[in-house]
Ligand binder design. Structure first.
Ligand code: NG6
Ligand code: CA
Length: 506
């Protein structure tokens, strides 16, 4: 009898103990805020060495958090990088993951684990505010005037306030949980990427109506919205169209609202800024502020928005338990379609820092991006040289939150949680990169597969990395990829080429 009592007490004690540990962990789950910029380069922030502009708010995150020097996106453009971030899968495994037009169908599977679903499974309130660019609906032809789905809400976001593609592509409207915001049903929207629809002016036909000139040959000369020529044609939806100068402020307010909600659950917010992607049309208070043209102004605007977000986190008492991750979807570009002063007023600013190439490129500047992780308790402040990729976030957060991934989901996502919070100095052993060509980074070595194409993209004036010769760089001694060591180390080239082939065909 006595023994039974002891057993019972022990059992209850154990159960209670477990429960309290569990409850404690649940209570302590951090909010997670991913701040994801569009085309921000490795050298674009003062905490990454920029001297021609100052980004004090982001620098503060870097100072109090962990700043990575070898963090990568999977790709040198937006859609594939975002696809990898959302799915934990290399984008080149699936066709149709290149830069999407504004009317594309959703490319993220709705029946697999996604980054927001990891958080949902761990009991989080999930939201996305900002750029999407992963397609909407099941087909290109769709009705923009009803419920537009599937989209972010169908892949794991409880709340979404997005624009469909890029700021330079139609339709230039916000979509909040399936519906175009402020749409007048009497003025329905139509979108077409093949031919002109409606009788609204285009940049090509009536360039005198433009408030910002399009660069020749890029193609930003179709429907004019807010004085800016876009890629693609649209008609209708006049009341719903955004004003570029206001758009980032709208996103900021929506992000702040989401963060500020008083709820028992922690939040996961993917705050996906449009800056400094084209068209750069910062709000009036930032125009001319950087002295570097609208691109520099747009970067100051990002920094300001980060400061405003930090204020709301502080005011709502959430800052001390929020993990903030700041990064970018691909490298920098100056002329990406508009004459906005990015080239003419560069003033010695180096958007890629010491790295070679830029957006679209297989050289480092295409995919190596700013990456800062901040949490006052969880993250050890400092600088990390660990190699991490955004494709790893899914599995890393899943492991931290003890969410089990079904076999086959997020196949390329590695658990790099220890590196991400600064507990491990080493991250990935190797990583596949995709831009103009494919590359394999293995420890400090980078092998670029031979490929055909222009060495310099004429439109953007960016070194692509295309070469018919194999390229091998020692990134520790030569991060700027100046000295091709392929001839010196043929065996290494052979081994890396074989490994890359295996990875990309296996
Ligand atoms: C390119 C556009 C460029 C930009 C990019 C997408 C041309 C010539 N250029 O095709 O302006 O919109 O797509 O950028 O059309 S990304 O960051 O979303 O990948
Ligand atoms: Ca981008």
């Amino acid at each position: 009898m006595k023994l039974l009592l002891v057993y019972t007490i022990t059992l209850v004690g154990l159960l209670f103990g477990c429960y309290t540990v569990e409850a404690q962990q649940m209570k302590d789950r951090p909010n997670v805020l991913v701040i994801y910029t569009d085309d921000l380069g490795y050298g674009d922030l003062s905490c990454y060495g920029a001297t021609k502009l100052q980004t004090p708010n982001i620098d503060k995150l870097a100072r109090q958090g962990l700043r990575f020097t070898r963090a990568y996106t999977t790709s040198a453009t937006c859609t594939p990088s975002r696809y990898a971030l959302m799915t934990g899968q290399y984008p080149w495994r699936k066709s149709g993951t290149g830069v999407l037009p504004g009317d594309a169908a959703l490319i993220v599977p709705t029946d697999k684990t996604s980054l927001p679903r990891v958080f949902k499974q761990a009991g989080y309130r999930t939201g996305i505010v900002g750029k999407w660019h992963l397609g909407l609906g099941t087909a290109v032809a769709k009705d923009w005037n009803g419920g537009i789905k599937p989209g972010p809400n169908e892949v794991g976001f409880d709340y979404s306030f997005i624009f469909p593609a890029t700021a330079d592509r139609v339709p230039t409207v916000f979509v909040e949980n399936h519906r175009v915001v402020a749409l007048d049903p009497a003025d329905p929207i139509e979108v077409n990427y093949k031919e002109k629809i409606g009788d609204e002016p285009t940049g090509k036909e009536q360039p005198h109506l433009l408030k910002m000139k399009a660069s020749p040959n890029h193609g930003h000369d179709q429907t004019i919205v807010n004085g800016i020529g876009r890629i693609g044609y649209m008609k209708g939806g006049k009341t719903a169209r955004w004003t570029d100068e206001e758009m980032p402020l709208t996103f900021l307010l929506k992000a702040q609202e989401f963060i500020g909600v008083d709820s028992k659950e922690p939040f996961f917010l993917f705050y996906s800024l449009t800056e400094p992607h084209v068209p750069r049309m910062p709000s009036t208070m930032f125009k001319g502020k950087s002295g570097l043209g609208f691109r520099g102004d747009a970067i100051l605007q990002i920094d300001w928005a980060v400061g405003e977000i930090l204020k709301v986190l502080e005011q709502s008492g959430k800052l001390e338990n929020t993990l903030i991750l700041f990064s970018s979807d691909n490298g920098p570009v100056l002329d990406d379609g508009y004459e906005d002063g990015a080239v003419t007023q560069l003033n010695g600013h180096r958007p890629a820092g010491e790295l070679r190439g830029g957006k679209y490129s297989i050289f480092e500047a295409g995919t190596r991006v700013p990456f800062i992780v901040y949490h006052p308790k969880l993250v050890k402040p400092g600088t990390s040289e660990a190699m991490v990729s955004q494709v790893d976030l899914l599995a890393s957060f899943a492991s931290f939150l003890k969410v089990k991934l079904p076999a086959g989901d997020a196949q390329d996502s590695q658990i790099q949680w220890a590196a991400i919070i600064g507990q491990a100095a080493k991250g990935r052993a190797s990583l596949v990169l995709n831009g103009a060509s494919y590359a394999l980074v293995s420890d400090n070595w980078k092998y670029i597969r031979p490929s055909n194409g222009p060495a310099v993209y004429q439109l953007t004036n960016i070194e692509s990395g295309h070469s018919e010769q194999a390229q091998l760089y020692d990134l520790s001694a030569d991060p700027g990829e100046r000295v091709n060591l392929a001839e010196k180390f043929p065996e290494r080239v052979k081994a890396l080429a074989a490994e890359l082939k295996l990875l990309t065909t296996g």
